[in-house]
Ligand binder design. Sequence first.
Ligand SMILES: NC(=O)c1ccc[n+]([C@@H]2O[C@H](COP(=O)([O-])OP(=O)(O)OC[C@H]3O[C@@H](n4cnc5c(N)ncnc54)[C@H](O)[C@@H]3O)[C@@H](O)[C@H]2O)c1
Length: 354
Amino acid sequence: MSREIRVAIAGVGNSASSLVQGIEYYRQQKKTIGLAQPKIGPYAVPDIHIVAAFDIDKRKVGKDLSEAIFQEPNNTRKFVQPRSLGVEVQMAQPLDGVSPIAGEKILVSDSKPSNTAKTLTESKAGVLVNLTPTGASRASQMYAQAALQSKTAFINATPARIASNGAWQSKYRKKKIPLVGDDVMDQIGSTILHRNVLELLVDRGVRIGETYQLDIGGGTESELSLDKKRYEIKRNIKTSAVAAAVPYQFPIVAGSSDFVDFMENRRTSYFNIKGEYFGGTEFFLDMRMSLEDGPACAAIVTDVIRMTRLAWDQGQTGPLIAVSAYGFKAPPKRIPDQTLKQELATLAKGTKHS
Ligand SMILES: NC(=O)c1ccc[n+]([C@@H]2O[C@H](COP(=O)([O-])OP(=O)(O)OC[C@H]3O[C@@H](n4cnc5c(N)ncnc54)[C@H](O)[C@@H]3O)[C@@H](O)[C@H]2O)c1
């Protein structure tokens, strides 16, 4: 069986740029620094081949993907120049992909939208990764439907409720196609760090009193956070993902963001935790973390693409519970870390490949 994993992407923004660059970077470098999972079963990052891409911005549509990823408003770090990929970005149906508040950044192309399901079938994509903006719920559902129609596994990197929605889970179960999501949990990001620090404190007997987390960034996603209504879904997902680390209720705010354009795709997160330890003694913790958004998302996307393909090789279809719990903030089901590690190790060992 071929080791090539044929992938389509919907949304050629900052995360897609880092994903496309990352595949090329690890192909050229032959080093695995920066990867949590150099190999998953038989699959390495360069086994991922992008075979189709969709966007709506006239600066990206019609261009080879290797050039489209560097067009404005994308502003994430360029760490490699990919070869020409022979993949022309297809015009998609815009639907709700453009936010009324932050949407002036997107220049919608007047090209005719392509037929998504047909493009997926013709490109022989095995996996579709949805990287459309936060709040593009109808567009995300359109891609989920097209993936079903063309028998393509669906990875929802966005906060739209797809993998965590019972109706979509049944549809994918019935068609025997893998479904994974929702909302990527970055390789290193505010959710994973906040969660793990809280878990450590709870394990050490600290009673958490209150905590908040504030994010400031300069990518289009951070600008979208100014659209309070549209961004609410993301804020709720982040808050639930962090709150799940503590076995009781307490005041928490996570995912409040602001936009500073000159920060480009960098993001700074501030964390504040208050609590009580031995003898009722007060405890205060302030932390600050700065990173680049695109690569933090792309790293996990390279893992979940390979895990999804491996699970499918082994006959797993419908919502992939362990893969979703590993890579996403709002999975169909949360799994304790120890159990999750065992399940992922079993997945990696169970490969039918040599
Ligand atoms: N660290 C991260 O970057 C991170 C982490 C977790 C989740 N995510 C999620 O990943 C998604 C992508 O994030 P990003 O920073 O790359 O966003 P981005 O704004 O840089 O890119 C989104 C792209 O989607 C395109 N688009 C809009 N409507 C479309 C449609 N109907 N069809 C196809 N393309 C369309 C836009 O033109 C743009 O190129 C978001 O939903 C975000 O919440 C990102």
